[in-house]
Design a protein around this ligand. Sequence first.
Ligand SMILES: NC(=O)c1ccc[n+]([C@@H]2O[C@H](COP(=O)([O-])OP(=O)(O)OC[C@H]3O[C@@H](n4cnc5c(N)ncnc54)[C@H](O)[C@@H]3O)[C@@H](O)[C@H]2O)c1
Length: 207
Amino acid sequence: MAQGILAGRTALVFGAGSIGPGWGNGKAAAVAYARAGARVVAIDHNLAAAEETTAIIASEGGMALALFCDVTKMAAVEGAVAQALSTYGSVDILHNNVGHAGMGGPLELSEEQWLREMDINLNSMFRTTKAALPHMLKQQRGVITNISSSAGIRYTGYPYASYYASKGGVNQFTVGLALQYASQGIRCNAILPGLMDTPLIYAQIAG
Ligand SMILES: NC(=O)c1ccc[n+]([C@@H]2O[C@H](COP(=O)([O-])OP(=O)(O)OC[C@H]3O[C@@H](n4cnc5c(N)ncnc54)[C@H](O)[C@@H]3O)[C@@H](O)[C@H]2O)c1
C-alpha cells in the first residue's frame, strides 16, 4: 500500500519523458509524484522516454503506467485520459509539462512554425484539460498544474516570439480556469520556471 500525501491519487504527467539522457522537468515531476505516493501515468510522444521514467518509479517501489500520446491530437489525449481512468480509477492530478521553444521572431518564423508552437505549448493544455476536467468535476476534486515559463511575463533575451506568446497564453488560461472552477474543488496553478539546464533546453538553445 502506497504511503505519502498523494497515496490513493492518480497523477497524469503529459511530457513525462526527457528528450535526452539526464533529467528534464517532466521526468522529475513524475518521479516526485510517485515518491509522494501517487500512481503515475507517464505520457509522452516518445514512449521509450516515458518508459524510462516509469522504470525509475517501479525501481523505487512506486506504481506507474507509460503511455504514448501526442498532445497535438485531441483523440490521442482523450484516449490517454480514458486509459488512465480505466487503469487506476481516477484522475486527480493533471500536470501539463509539454513545451517547446522554437527560435525566431515574426520575420524568421513561418506561419506554420508559429501555429505549431501554439499547438504544442498552449492548445495542448486546452486538450488535456478538456479531457481530464469532467472526471475531476465528478469527484469535486482535482489539481491542474501548467508548466509555463518566466518568458510568459518577461523578455528573457532569446528571440522566440511564439514561446513568449504561448506561455503568456498559458498563464491567462490558468487564471481563468482557477477562478472558474475553484468553487467546485479544482485547484489550478501555473509554474513559471527560469532557465534550467535540461536535455531539452540544451538541444534548443545551447546545443
Ligand atoms: N528547461 C528550461 O529552462 C525551462 C524554463 C522555463 C520553462 N520550461 C518549461 O518546462 C517544461 C519542460 O521543459 P524541460 O526542458 O524540462 O523538458 P522535458 O525534459 O520535461 O521534456 C519535455 C517532454 O515533452 C515531450 N513532448 C514534446 N512534444 C510532445 C508532444 N507533442 N506530445 C507529447 N509529449 C511531447 C518530450 O518528448 C519530452 O519528453 C516545458 O513546458 C518548458 O517550456 C523549461
